[in-house]
Write a protein of this length. Structure first.
Length: 256
């Protein structure tokens, strides 16, 4: 039986969250079909709900997003074996990295957790990571010069649920994911808290900052309506392709 979350929105309609995607940790991922090169050349942010099958994956790192064009330009977000989260950004051979000081996840099956990562171009404390709407870690992004940040170049598509290692999906994530969004701005603390929304569904297309929304994959609740091979972008035209993900992997387990 599906567990649905819904909230009332303007006009009396109901905004629902009925589905999420379960990534199996072997070869399942979403190919967004784009590099997001222009977005990553400036300030940017991510928002997502994740539910790792193992919060401290033994013997490996689980990449929940990423792309690598060459040794000079790549991006990834990962859950480390320690349960910490890492965001790595490299542009034109300059790089910066945010690692949480403490574990975000414990060992074993986890509950749904909202993660937001914000990246300000070449700045003191330019990286911020939020957990369930609360700032968890800040880190400088100033080791990457503005010039090199703006020169970030990629010809490999950005993946969700794995890391695109120069054309090959690698280090796949295992667990659930819902409502993945990318913004072309640094989300403020209050905006992140609004998205967290006390664990209620949040409509990214109905906010004061929707003008900076680049991509929003509802992970089953979009035009795909719980099935099919396309993950529809509900903010733009970057429709993704479900790779080795079938209808049975789109499940009714949602943040609550």
């Amino acid at each position: 039986m599906f567990i649905s979350k819904k909230i009332a929105i303007s006009g009396g309609d109901i905004f629902r969250d009925d589905y999420s995607v379960a990534f199996g940790g072997t070869d399942e991922y979403i190919d967004t079909g784009t590099t997001f090169q222009s977005t990553f050349r400036g300030d940017h942010s991510y928002s997502m709900w994740i539910k790792p099958d193992d919060g401290q994956p033994s013997g490996t790192t689980h990449m929940f997003l990423g792309t690598k064009d060459s040794s000079e330009d790549y991006i990834y977000g990962a859950i480390l074996e320690s349960g910490k989260i890492r965001y790595f950004f490299k542009a034109n051979n300059d790089n910066d990295q945010l690692d949480t000081d403490t574990a975000v996840f414990t060992d074993g099956q986890q509950e749904w957790t909202h993660i937001a990562i914000t990246a300000q171009k070449s700045a003191s404390l330019g990286f911020k990571l939020y957990v369930n709407g609360v700032l968890h870690k800040e880190q400088n992004s100033s080791a990457t010069s503005s010039e090199n940040w703006e020169a970030y170049t990629s010809s490999t598509n950005f993946l969700i649920g794995a890391y695109n290692n120069e054309g090959t999906a690698a280090l796949p994530y295992e667990g659930g994911m819902s409502d993945f969004a990318i913004y072309n701005k640094v989300l403020s603390a209050s905006e992140v808290f609004s998205i967290y929304n006390n664990r209620q569904p949040f409509n990214h297309n109905d906010s004061s900052f929707k003008g900076n929304l680049v991509t929003w994959y509802r992970m089953g609740d979009g035009l795909e309506s719980g099935g099919g091979s396309t993950m529809y972008d509900m903010a733009g035209s970057n429709n993704g392709t479900l790779t080795n993900i079938d209808t049975g992997d789109i499940q009714g387990d949602v943040p609550k």
